[in-house]
Design a protein around this ligand. Structure first.
Ligand code: OSB
Ligand code: MG
Length: 387
């Protein structure tokens, strides 16, 4: 393998309008904000990574500005000048800075992309080399679509129908307190056979276990993150009272968290998000734990631009990712993405990993500049949030 030496790092904060606002239990977002990391190596390879964040610190606690700050003041200076022989060495260079997983994951993603390109290979094949033996990229990933909270049950059923017509084979509905049993009932009644799951984004408390148990009636694939974003223990207590498998998202921020969740019976399925766990090295460690424990696994998303989505797709195409991932086609998110080519849904609800080296998509400089201008001009804190 060719080593890389990091020569310089540029940060680009972009704002891209969603085709439709996305509402979860913590609010509605109209635009994607992302800090994109562009990393130049001494040999001329250029790697890209995305810090997956949102305008409102409702899912995680980071924002574009905290990510920019951490990267500019601490993490990027610690990375520049370093020579890396294996991307899994990279986390040690920034380990002395605590937390800030979304920022850290964006920088590490750029390192992985540059390293793959410096070795003339796809990122997905580089991941496979770091996975357990005989785990090779399948070159595509089965995906589903995540549907935000809609204004009515009828609107929800209509959106589900249009996504099924587009070819998505698994539907995830966002729920919150007061928007749960009836929405599951309405969608299940209309589509008795669809693979259906719910995501509560931490809105419930353990005292609501009996209420949540009503959801057992709808043959759900899983319920994602019903309890607090930082709880593991009570999810274990809740699981004992539900037939439906619990999937953890927010609560698993590291391999160590996953081991605890397994130990206390808090997890039946893992949503693995590279941003949440602080990067792809940690993802590969978590992947190994899932294989060893036969824990069903899929890759989550945060409505990323093409840069982040391409890297997530590279991971999602590894064989132990055995449930549909939250990585949809470009036209589910944006009119014009930052990168080309767009992702198009193929047969069997699958997305193909691009053939090119690294993440396999190219950043369009014109769109990048436009999206950077948009961020500076619009700066929509507050305005973007309807509660
Ligand atoms: O909880 O999985 C989540 C988007 C933003 C923040 C949190 C979540 C989500 C999604 C979107 O569900 C999935 C996607 O990227 O398509
Ligand atoms: Mg989730």
């Amino acid at each position: 393998m060719n080593a890389i030496t990091i020569q310089s790092i540029d940060l680009h904060t972009v704002l891209l309008p969603y085709l439709a606002p996305f509402e979860t239990s913590f609010g509605a977002e109209t635009d994607k904000v992302a800090v994109l990391v562009e990393l130049m190596t001494e040999s001329g390879a250029v790697g890209w990574g995305e810090c997956s964040i949102e305008l409102w610190p409702g899912y995680g606690h980071e924002t574009a500005e905290t990510a920019e700050h951490m990267l500019r003041e601490f993490m990027a200076p610690a990375a520049v000048g370093a020579t890396i022989c294996d991307p899994r060495e990279f986390p040690a260079l920034i380990r002395r800075f605590r937390g800030n997983h979304h920022a850290r994951a964006g920088l590490e993603a750029a390192v992985w992309d540059a390293f793959a390109k410096a070795n003339d290979m796809r990122l997905t094949d580089l991941f496979a080399l770091c996975a357990p033996e005989d785990h090779e990229s399948e070159g595509k990933a089965t995906v589903g679509v995540s549907i935000g909270i809609q204004p009515s049950l009828e609107a929800t059923v209509d959106v589900v129908r249009s996504r099924l017509d587009q070819g998505y084979g698994r539907i995830k509905l966002k729920i919150k307190r007061g928007w749960d049993v009836e929405v599951a009932r309405a969608v299940r009644a209309e589509f008795p056979d669809v693979l259906l799951m719910l995501d509560a984004n931490s809105d419930y408390r353990l005292e609501e276990a009996d209420h949540l148990a009503q959801l057992d009636a709808f043959d759900l694939l899983m319920i994602e993150q019903p309890l607090s974003h930082d709880d593991i223990y009570e999810h274990g207590l809740l699981q004992k009272r539900l037939k439906t498998r619990l999937c953890l998202d927010e609560s698993v921020k590291s391999a160590s968290d996953l081991r605890i969740a397994l130990q206390v019976g808090a997890i039946g399925i893992l949503n693995l998000k590279p941003a949440r766990v602080g990067g792809f090295s940690e993802c590969l460690e978590i992947y190994r734990i899932c294989v060893e424990n036969e824990l069903p696994l899929w890759i989550g998303g945060m409505l990323e631009t093409g840069v982040g989505r391409a890297a997530n797709l590279a991971l999602a195409s590894l064989p132990a990712v055995n449930l549909p991932s939250d990585i949809s086609a470009t036209d589910r998110y944006f009119a014009a993405d930052i990168s080309e080519p767009p992702f198009v849904l193929g047969a069997d609800s699958a997305l193909a990993v691009p053939e090119g080296e690294g993440i396999g998509v190219e950043v369009r400089r014109d769109r990048l500049e436009e999206a950077k201008r948009r961020w500076i001009e619009k700066y929509p804190y507050g305005k973007a949030v309807a509660r």
